[in-house]
Design a protein around this ligand. Sequence first.
Ligand SMILES: [Zn+2]
Length: 131
Amino acid sequence: MNNNNMQKRQELLQKRAEAGLVSERFPNVSAMEIKMVYFQRTMYSDSDKLLMLRTVKVAPDSHAYFHMQCMTKICESSYNLKRTINGMVKNKKKKASGKISCSGKGEGLKANHACVEYEITVRYNNKRKKA
Ligand SMILES: [Zn+2]
């Protein structure tokens, strides 16, 4: 790993730590599952190509950090699911889905170079725990 990557890794760890744990942020959540389908456009084509499927399982002791890195090599941007998840938990919603386009800009990056379709499932504790 070069210095640049190391620094990025450090920053990510820092951000995750600052985000706190799911059990602190969302005490009534017992589990979450974030299913994502990554699509990408190449330089050679204007249609979205399926890149990968990814499922992230979130437990109460996971970090409440919901920025999913764009999988495009030169892109530094990420998909932010934080607002969606905050909204779901606030309204005790169990399922939500949608699509986000990457907003990353830069040399060699197309405006719509990548997007994800997500489906989020949240499970809640039935019992109210007293702190
Ligand atoms: Zn991107």
